[in-house]
Design a protein around this ligand. Structure first.
Ligand SMILES: Cc1cc2nc3c(=O)[nH]c(=O)nc-3n(C[C@H](O)[C@H](O)[C@H](O)COP(=O)(O)O)c2cc1C
Length: 359
């Protein structure tokens, strides 16, 4: 079933393989260049079912932590994205933009406004390290509005939807994580109320786009600050994390793991995507070293091509609905075609050159 069409909301994807969001940092001034257009077009031409773009920094003064990451807050950037979307559509692909606020990864001195500090829930960038700006209610309101208006812009450009980046220790995850959120207002507190930022953003986007526009949320247990951190240690808690954003109108969830074959909770062999789908009943995407024999703790390390039998079996058993592929699609844009045809030996293996080149 992995290589068969899949209906996600109103669109029919050619297959259940998504390209995982991967930052390229090759959009000077936040503007996607023609090289970016060709990079995505190549994957659409080679039958990737759903392209999730690299993180696009939302139009807020504190969203950026890295240079040359694409944005939406200039006409040039929006025109650049239009060309990206057109290139994908001309090749029968579908695409959602990943909306990203870097939160505490931002430091004073970073562009585009060097005087703006990193924004986090409580000033914490990791447990015990309080060096960022603790967001006020007004900061939160402005940030939520930025997501909503950027989502609208994405719809106008022609994207099929947006994916809210709520993973890996960035802003939304900083609110979700008890280690970095000790607020005493409605955006802090219990495991449920720490989800209120994600819920507010989902709601605001939903209210600002048409019904047919897809809104997804990516989340993770692991953080870049701590690979062993967890939002939930049992299924009940996972549901508490997810139910607010789900009720606000999500169309899919993207459960980010580093190794998709690992079990999530004690007493069961199933992974985070399995539990996400089982608990929420929302279309769910699994990810993490699919088709590779090494996880991405060290992105520079090469990884051999591996069989995808487990992913195929999981999809056939409807444990989750889609599979996102990251590094394997960087090293070989024809990964879907070659995998579908069982030509594993023809797949270009992942090396540090694939990462540096990002062809
Ligand atoms: C170069 C690179 C850039 C990435 N950038 C993003 C990003 O912008 N947003 C995001 O949510 N994850 C990002 N990730 C994580 C990937 O989406 C994916 O979850 C991870 O690489 C595991 O999948 P893989 O083993 O198939 O590569 C990035 C990963 C890599 C290797």
């Amino acid at each position: 079933m992995l290589f068969e069409p899949y209906k996600l909301k109103n669109i029919t994807l050619r297959n259940r393989v998504a390209m995982a969001p991967m930052t390229r940092s090759q959009s000077p001034g936040g503007i996607p260049t023609n090289d970016v257009v060709e990079y995505y077009k190549r994957r659409a031409k080679a039958e990737v079912g759903l392209i999730i773009t690299e993180g696009v920094e939302v139009s807020h003064e504190a969203s950026s932590a890295y240079p040359n990451v694409p944005r939406l807050d200039s006409k040039e950037a929006r025109d650049g994205w239009k060309k990206v979307v057109d290139g994908i559509k001309e090749n029968n692909g579908h695409v959602v933009a990943q909306l990203w606020h870097c939160g505490g990864f931002r430091k004073l001195g970073m562009g585009p406004n060097p005087e703006v500090p990193g924004h986090t829930a409580s000033g914490l960038v990791r447990p015990g390290k309080r060096v960022a700006h603790a967001m006020t209610s007004l900061d939160i309101e402005e940030t939520v509005n930025a997501y909503a208006s950027d989502a609208k812009i994405c719809e106008e450009i022609g994207f099929d939807g947006v994916e809210i980046h709520g993973a890996h220790g960035y802003l939304i995850d900083n609110f979700l994580w008890n280690g970095t959120n000790d607020r005493d207002d409605r955006f802090g507190g219990s495991i449920e109320t720490r989800s209120n930022l994600a819920t507010s953003i989902t709601k605001a986007i939903r209210n600002n786009v048409s019904d047919k526009f897809i809104v997804g949320l990516r989340f993770s247990q692991w953080k870049q600050q701590d690979y062993t951190a967890r939002l939930a240690t049992n299924p009940d808690d996972l549901l508490k994390v997810l139910s607010g954003p789900c009720d606000a109108g999500l169309d899919y969830l993207h459960s980010s793991m580093r190794r998709f074959w690992e079990s999530e909770f004690e007493g069961s062999d199933e992974n985070l995507a399995y539990w996400t789908k089982k608990l929420t009943n929302i279309p769910t995407m699994s990810v993490g070293s699919v088709g590779l024999d090494g996880d991405f703790t060290d992105m520079m390390a090469s990884a051999k091509t591996a069989s995808i039998d487990k992913a195929l079996k999981d999809i056939n058993e409807q444990k989750y609905d889609m599979v996102a592929v990251g590094r394997a699609l960087l090293s070989d844009h024809e990964w879907v075609i070659k995998m579908k045809e069982g030509r594993l030996k023809d797949i270009n293996p992942y090396t540090k050159e694939s990462l540096l080149e990002m062809y």
